[in-house]
Ligand binder design. Structure first.
Ligand code: IFM
Length: 444
């Protein structure tokens, strides 16, 4: 393999609070919507919850030691908002801030650059009770939370991510109902997406003024390829892309919402209420864009399919355990397209990885060849984009360790580190050793 990452490239791994921490009511933490949702019968596979997860809240020192062993240059984690504000915007829980402050110090001592996500889906239940992301009160609450936390940590955390995957929060949580808070109202979902973007934009200035070196946002994007070269299929793929990616990226880069998508929302009565100044707020200057890439879709024109008149087509080839097609070239397609369309000053792959069933062999190891091959293919395609001038500065593998995969519970393992959820024993997988060697030697 002659692909390499450039000198100084930040290769690391990512997690999120609810997926790993456990300790749902320790040290003054309030209830999040994911605590509520996971405890609602029928919502999570096998009735599992994040109550213990990887018990990272108690084992974080050991987890940092494992990151150090892997040689990670950077670690992306998220903060549990209800550890900081257990109720709504009123009382601050200093013990919550102290937990993350210790974590950050531990990372820095280990030579690992912290990257902090403010919102990876675990909204305080008290805010949901007042309307959640559909309410502008939550925008204000988020800005207050961003300000408070960045005042406490921006002197030591250089990379700040406001939101993780706002489209998933909006769609899965508010239209499909498979994620917390479990609502099924498409118009509400469109408003939620708008409010998330406004809250991002308003928080950027606060975080920066508190000393953060870099502030950005993470979007999940699946490139959409047409099933054939027919103009109808090509247009369908572009519509799907505009609805999923353009709806978020265009306004972030000052282009407003895509008109074709807005026209559809207006026709359906789903268009968001936009207050004066919102579009300017959303377009706040950011230092980088985070992209989560897992797969791509192939779509064909389908006039009967609402609302985008497009429908997915299965591809021949390998799929991961969660049903996502393995398509390494898609990360190159995505990076080059986003660079060409919006030219963010810097890009990060803030998540990429694969769920596969792992088997511990008699040597006590996990020889996860498919995950290793997945990563190798995606690293190589990303390196190709860098070689062609895309300013990709870092790459976070999802995930550092096996964890709570939302509605799928513990059934899908994405980790570089295997977690035995009965004993909490961690075992570095072959894929983890592979990432270690890429960081050490630079070669992919
Ligand atoms: O586990 C999730 C993560 O929380 C957000 N991005 C996708 C991952 C895999 O589904």
């Amino acid at each position: 393999m002659d692909h390499v990452f450039p000198e100084g490239f930040l290769l690391g791994a990512a997690t999120a609070a609810y997926q790993i921490e456990g300790a749902p009511d320790e040290d003054g933490k309030g209830t999040s919507i994911w605590d509520t949702f996971a405890h609602t019968p029928g919502k999570i596979r096998n009735g599992e919850t994040g109550d213990v997860a990887c018990d990272h809240y108690h084992r974080w020192r050991k987890d940092i030691a494992l990151m150090r062993e892997l040689g990670l240059r950077t670690y992306r984690f998220s903060v549990s908002w209800p550890r900081i504000f257990p109720e709504d915007v009123g009382r601050v829980n200093q013990a919550g801030i102290d937990f993350y402050s210790r974590l950050v110090d531990g990372l820095l001592e280990a030579g690992i650059i912290p990257a902090l996500t403010l919102f990876h889906w675990d909204l305080p239940q008290a805010l949901q009770d007042r309307g959640g992301w559909a309410s502008r009160e939550t925008i204000d609450a988020f800005v207050r939370y961003a300000d408070l936390l960045s005042r406490a940590l921006a002197d030591r955390v250089p990379i700040w991510i406001t939101h993780n995957e706002p489209s998933v929060v909006a769609t899965d949580g508010h239209a499909v109902g498979e994620h917390a808070p479990g609502l099924t109202d498409p118009a509400l979902a469109v408003q939620v997406a708008h409010n998330l973007l406004v809250s991002h934009g308003l928080a950027v200035a606060e975080i920066r003024s508190n000393g953060a070196q870099k502030v950005g946002l993470t979007i999940n994007v699946w490139p959409q390829a047409p099933a054939t070269e027919s103009p109808e299929d090509v247009a369908a793929a572009e519509r799907q892309y505009a609805a999923e990616a353009g709806w978020f990226l265009d306004p972030l880069y000052g282009k407003g919402y895509p008109s074709e998508i807005m026209a559809t929302y207006e026709r359906k009565g789903w268009a968001p209420v936009i207050a004066d100044g919102d579009m300017e707020a959303i377009a706040a200057r950011t230092d980088f864009l985070g992209l989560n890439y897992y797969s791509r879709s192939v779509v064909r024109d389908a006039p009967d399919e609402e609302p985008w008149h497009a429908s997915g087509v299965d591809e021949e080839g390998e799929y991961t355990d969660i049903g996502w097609f393995v398509y390494p070239a898609g990360i190159y397609d995505l990076l080059t397209r986003v660079h060409a369309d919006y030219a963010p000053p810097e890009l990060y792959i803030t998540e990429n990885g694969a769920a596969f069933t792992d088997v511990m062999t008699s040597d006590g190891q996990i020889h996860d060849e498919r995950r290793t091959a997945y990563l190798q293919g995606h690293f190589a395609a990303a390196a190709r984009a860098i070689a062609e001038g895309v300013p990709l500065r870092g790459y976070y593998v999802w995930s550092l360790m096996d964890n709570f995969e939302w509605a799928e519970g513990y059934s899908k393992r994405f980790g570089l580190i295997h977690v035995d959820f009965d004993t909490q024993i961690r075992t570095i997988k072959d894929s983890g050793r592979y990432v270690q060697s890429v960081i050490r030697e630079g070669k992919i």
